[in-house]
Design a protein around this ligand. Structure first.
Ligand code: PLP
Length: 517
């Protein structure tokens, strides 16, 4: 007896080749790191703040990891503070330095391509009266140094400039930036999160005051970051509590995560040695993609760029559709920073380097790992070729602005809500929509109309693309996907949302189970 359920899941499993090309979002934990973390979890539960032997051994592990991290970045161990993540490291520096200098000095100069953990912290500081200026970048994202020189003045207390960008991989000339900071007595924070393990880091040689790092970008665990604070640079803790981390970051140490970070840093030289191989693979991919789509635009530099990072614009190809299709074939790439996933606004980084909103929506980020193979690249390019050359049928995309009353109330449109239950509890859905369980779409196929245009939507526009491809594969011809999902539509068309959301919603019951004897 066979129960014909779970076909959507099976369909996912059918394309079971997994090619992960989003290492700038996060990396898998390496076996070396896992082993060290396992040992720490098994044998070292003692609280490093206590005094007996069990605790002292935990404290010893923390200090050993600190050594490993400091060696990887060329710092003194006393200059490294463990935090929960790089977001915390960036916030801690920005808020601490602002509290130290403001209002005697008023200005921070940063770049328009920083990670949201910097951009949003700066936006907060602006509400507190800090003046924030953004130095323009060129069309590849390099800070325009002559502009920076003009912007930084005696009123500037901090320059905040990332070493390597998470979306395009562009590497800044930190030494030159630091020189400008020093000329005006300003301090400098360098977000080095994407760089560690990909290019050599030397915080002493660059003479930065603060630098942030995160273990999960170099095959370490999530939930552990580090902050370099140069000996003598001002710093007041973000968290107040116990005296951990020399009184600079309160909270009982996450020993296994710290150990994992230390172990990941021990592997940094091996990762660096792999860089050229990765760069060669990237060049291979560029060459193949250019053969498939000669008008594609490479937004990443060849030199002055992380070896593993590639930003490509495919004119005329919506990135949401491309990513959904790739995901359906087991290939993970992204549109930009993982922290912005689900937002409908085009990437601020791509906009800063001069891309139009449309071009930004046609851009994907591909980030290789140390185990990415030539075979992975061949597989990916084959799938992209099939898609671009029309052998995999397109799912039509609609923008939140386009979804108006005419479409919502069109007899020929069938609105399919594939949101998870928690989103349905939080937000009312589109009017006239039909709710199905997104994990078991197969259970509803008999009820879905084949003669109408099915408009599929989810909270952020990602899951719905996958389900759209599933429906295409099941023979549904007219599928449209709401880009950015309900989240984007609620924001963009709040007038329509308030007027119509939740009206005439039907909860579909699964098709009767077919039992094959
Ligand atoms: N800075 C950059 C450049 C990043 O890419 C990231 C993560 O994507 C962060 C900061 C935030 O790191 P975390 O995830 O540890 O908070």
């Amino acid at each position: 007896m066979e129960i014909k359920y779970f076909a959507f899941l099976k369909h996912l499993i059918r394309f079971n080749r997994q090619v992960y090309l989003d290492h700038n979002a996060t990396t898998p934990v390496s076996s070396h790191v896992r082993r060290k973390m396992d040992q720490a979890l098994k044998n070292h539960f003692g609280n490093p703040s206590s005094f007996y032997g069990i605790a002292r051994r935990s404290a010893g592990l923390v200090e050993q990891a600190r050594e490993h991290v400091s060696q990887a970045i060329h710092a003194d161990p006393s200059e490294v503070i463990f935090t929960a993540c790089a977001t915390e490291s960036n916030n801690a520096v920005l808020k601490s330095v602002a509290a130290h200098f403001h209002p005697q000095k008023k200005k921070i100069v940063s770049t328009p391509i920083e990670h949201p953990s910097v951009m949003n912290a700066l936006a907060y500081l602006e509400t507190q009266g800090v003046v924030v200026e953004y130095c323009p970048v060129d069309d590849k994202g390099r800070v325009r140094l002559p502009e920076l020189e003009k912007q930084v003045d005696e009123n500037t207390f901090l320059i905040c400039c990332m070493l390597a960008n998470n979306e395009t991989g562009v590497i800044q000339d930190l030494k030159a930036v630091t020189k400008i900071a020093r000329q005006h007595g300003a301090l400098i924070l360098a977000d080095c999160v994407q760089a560690l393990g990909k290019i050599p880091i030397d915080v002493h040689a660059w003479d930065v005051d603060y630098a942030s790092f995160s273990a999960h970008k170099l095959y370490g665990p999530k939930g552990i970051g580090a902050l370099y604070v140069k000996d003598g640079s001002p710093f007041t803790p973000l968290l107040h509590g116990g005296h951990q981390e020399s009184g600079l970051r309160a909270g009982t140490e996450s020993i296994h995560n710290i150990v994992g970070f230390g172990a990941a840093c021990q592997d940094v030289n091996k990762l660096l040695a792999h860089g050229e191989q990765t760069r060669a693979l990237k060049q291979q991919l560029i060459q193949r993609v250019k053969e498939i789509k000669p008008d594609c635009v490479i937004n990443s530099l060849e030199a002055e760029c992380l070896p593993n990072t590639l930003s490509i614009t495919f004119p005329g190809v919506e990135n949401a559709g491309l990513m959904g299709m790739l995901d359906f074939r087991g290939i993970a790439v992204s549109a930009g920073s993982a922290c912005s996933t689900g937002e409908d606004t085009p990437s601020h980084v791509l906009k800063a380097i001069g891309l139009s909103d449309q071009a930004a929506r046609e851009t994907v980020r591909i980030s290789f790992g140390h185990d990415t193979s030539a075979r992975d690249i061949r597989y990916m390019t084959q799938v992209v070729r099939d898609y671009i050359e029309g052998r995999i049928s397109f799912v039509h995309m609609i923008t939140p602005a386009q979804l108006n009353e005419n479409i919502l109330f069109d007899e020929k449109t069938y609105i399919l809500d594939v949101r998870p239950p928690d989103d349905r509890r939080k937000f009312k859905g589109l009017p006239n929509s039909y709710e199905v369980d997104p994990l078991f779409v197969e259970k509803y196929l008999k009820q879905l109309p084949r003669d109408k245009d099915i408009l599929v939507y989810c909270p952020g526009g990602g899951l719905s693309v996958m389900i759209s491809y599933f429906l295409k594969a099941k023979g549904f011809k007219h599928i449209t996907n709401l880009r950015g999902g309900l989240d984007a539509w609620r924001k963009r068309r709040s007038d329509l949302y308030q007027k119509y959301a939740g009206q005439n919603v039907t909860v579909l019951q699964p098709d009767p189970v077919e039992v094959v004897q």
